[in-house]
Design a protein around this ligand. Structure first.
Ligand code: GAL
Ligand code: ZN
Length: 663
């Protein structure tokens, strides 16, 4: 791992000077300085300009941009520029174009129109990386390298013949021989047995449900193919440059197909892009979850927010602008949750192209705007927060998250279409957020020993080793809670026999003989007053104590919520979809049992998170309500410099960061 350089918090964004006449560039640098910008990402979509025809490179303009930025004291995160190939590539090599499952070609004219398995793309892109890295390795402005851009954003699944061949190679590597593949895929079913590798294809559009393990392996393969572009670019960079290497992940609910837990070891620092639906009143919960998850992927280390938006985006049906103050709250919420840099897409709003209505640091209307004033304010805020850089975030709770479980649970032909991966994750996370409790979102194989409470929402697919680790965690005093439709299958998506929830039966001390998913809109009640919907199941306690049972629905009298003492700890099972108040009540009991306390006792609607470096701590408080609130705090408020002796007053929509006195 290469260390990040520099002091303080990074601040800036994507800078696309090639979209503007050169006269604009020096004005850009002046405005960047005015705003306190210290890092910009350059060259992300510049391939067609850097290599206007095959093998002919033109670096003059980029030389001038980098020199200008350096003279202005602005550091550069330099792109390898491979994000989107120039039109000449597809003309010369049409086989580099990706195909959808139905065979349709995805043509150039947008971006990322390449087959991720194409050897031609691979070769041409690496040639570009060598040229760019060779030229700028020693440029004094460059402090970081940015591989490609949002790998897999538009082309993660390619079903072309080149990809089919690559998929076969990947499968041979995984299974060795065809018998093992046939077993793993359960091809005794529906006459699917393969007698030759050449018979195997990606799960192209079929008359009916494709083999689930074939689908799952294709998702694994596709994530690996994208990851391999990152790895080969990184290898080239390793030999030519000394700065740290990153690529922007897209961790946040909605982006499903890149298994970033497996990618994290390929970068020197984890960076993430996050966009919210500004119109959604709960958008700040999604933001917090994405940030906590990014930190989990980064192994608890500080990370970089590579992109978010100053205001509206261009790609939602209604692109609602951020209200005054929202930019600051959003940005500082990321810092609270471990970001050591806040960057945006993009510096100057484009005047042409598909993203011309996307907000930027400098809007179309210029610097005399609410957005640019808030950008300058944020620059000052981040400067005031320089000292938090490098600190880590306090979290006593872990939520287990596995992209493979997500892929598995949302395959077709399951008991209920209402069971989605995000659903219970959001519900549990929401309850923790309301309680002021911070969680790390981690892979099931993570070290759990430092947590007081571990939550496993909808962990449908789980590996034996991870089940055993959770068991040991509970035995040695931990508290765990598992929600329904967890532990159901192994890594091949084969049912774990003997009763549900399969892999977790022993830990949870229950055995379910049959699922009873509910009809659309149907509700059930529990004898502890809780309400639930979507899911019920015929649970038999097998060592667990019953905490609540159904009073109605298909299974009156059957347990819905159980607790199983195991060793020094306990494992809870939630067999139904509790509504929010019931989930809050459940979480309150779990937090009490596990001895987890909030970062501060704040009124509801106030987000509180603590960062820590040795014995120095900083409390972040963000008031998402429209009323003034008070909470206990001792120390100095860094954004204003004001002392805070015992109580902090936060105006509606305001943010405070307290360097806490040791008490
Ligand atoms: C990201 C992408 C940027 C820009 C932005 C718009 O997905 O990396 O290049 O397109 O979205 O929100
Ligand atoms: Zn392909």
């Amino acid at each position: 791992m290469r260390r990040w350089q520099g002091e303080g918090i990074y601040f800036g964004g994507d800078y696309n000077p090639e979209q503007w006449p050169e006269e604009t560039w020096s004005q850009d640098v002046d405005l960047m300085r005015q705003a306190g910008v210290n890092l910009v990402s350059v060259g992300i979509f510049s391939w067609a300009l850097l290599e206007p025809s095959p093998g002919r490179f033109e670096f003059g303009w980029l030389d001038r941009v980098l020199d200008l930025l350096h003279d202005g004291g602005i550091q550069v995160d330099l792109a390898t520029a491979t994000a989107s190939p120039p039109p000449w590539l597809a003309r010369a090599y049409p086989e580099t174009l990706p195909r959808r499952a139905d065979g349709a070609i995805l043509w150039p004219g947008g971006r990322q129109a390449y087959c991720p398995s194409s050897p031609v793309f691979r070769e041409r892109s690496l040639e570009l990386v060598r040229a760019v890295a060779g030229r700028y390795a020693e440029h004094p402005a460059v402090v970081m390298w940015h591989v490609s851009n949002e790998l897999g954003c538009h082309n993660v699944h390619c079903y072309c013949d080149v990809s089919a061949e690559a998929f076969r190679r990947w499968l041979r590597e995984r299974y060795g021989d065809l018998d093992r593949l046939n077993d793993a895929w359960g091809t005794a079913f529906w006459s699917q047995r393969y007698g030759d590798w050449a018979e195997i294809n990606p799960p192209r559009t079929a008359p009916t449900f494709a083999n689930p393990t074939q689908q799952l392996d294709f998702l694994r393969f596709s994530s690996d193919e994208q990851r391999s572009q990152l790895r080969v670019e990184r290898e080239v960079l390793r030999t030519l440059v000394r700065q740290p290497v990153t690529t922007n992940f897209m961790i946040g609910l909605g982006v499903k197909h890149m298994d970033y837990h497996s990618w994290a070891s390929d970068v020197d620092l984890v960076s993430n892009d996050h966009y919210l639906t500004a119109a959604d009143p709960r958008a700040h919960l999604g933001l917090a979850l994405a940030a906590d998850h990014t930190r989990g992927v980064a192994g608890g280390n500080p990370w970089l927010l590579m992109e978010h938006s100053t205001s509206a985006v261009n790609w939602q049906p209604r692109n609602v602008a951020k209200l005054p103050g929202q930019l600051r709250r959003n940005s500082l919420a990321h810092v609270a949750r471990g970001a050591d840099g806040v960057l945006f897409f993009q510096w100057r709003a484009s005047r042409a192209g598909a993203e011309k209505f996307h907000s930027a640091l400098v809007p179309h209307a210029g610097p005399d705007t609410k957005v640019f004033r808030e950008v300058c304010q944020l620059g000052a805020d981040l400067k005031a927060l320089a000292e938090v850089r490098g600190s880590r975030v306090d979290a006593d709770v872990a939520i287990l998250f596995d992209w493979e479980a997500w892929w598995g649970v949302e395959l077709d032909s399951h008991p209920s279409a209402d069971v989605t991966y995000a659903d219970r994750l959001n519900a549990l996370y929401g309850s923790l957020w309301r309680a002021g409790v911070t969680a790390d979102i981690v892979h099931p194989s993570a070290d759990l020993s430092g947590y007081r409470l571990v939550l496993a929402p909808t962990l449908y697919l789980v590996r034996d080793a991870d089940v055993e680790a959770l068991h040991r965690y509970v035995e040695s005093g931990g508290t765990a809670a598992v929600t329904y439709f967890s532990g159901i299958v192994d890594a091949n998506d084969h049912i774990r026999l003997g009763g549900y929830p399969g892999a977790f039966r022993e830990l949870l001390g229950v055995r379910t003989e049959e699922f009873f998913p509910l009809r659309e809109g149907e509700r059930v009640h529990l004898d502890d007053g809780s309400t639930a919907d979507v899911w019920t199941e015929w649970v038999h306690p097998d060592g667990a104590e019953v905490l609540a049972s159904y009073t109605d629905g298909p299974l009156p009298g059957v347990p819905a919520l159980t607790r199983h003492p195991v060793g020094e700890g306990a494992a809870w099972y939630v067999g139904t979809r509790l509504d929010d108040p019931a989930t809050d009540k459940l979480l309150a009991r779990l937090l009490a049992e596990a001895g987890v306390r909030p970062a501060a006792s704040a009124p509801s609607g106030v987000e509180v998170v603590r960062r820590r470096d040795g014995d120095r701590t900083w409390l972040f408080a963000i008031n998402h309500t429209d009323t003034e609130v008070r909470l206990p705090a001792h120390g100095v408020e860094l954004l204003t410099g004001a002392p805070c002796a015992g109580e902090l007053t936060l105006l509606p929509g305001e943010v405070a960061v307290i360097r806490e006195d040791r008490v």
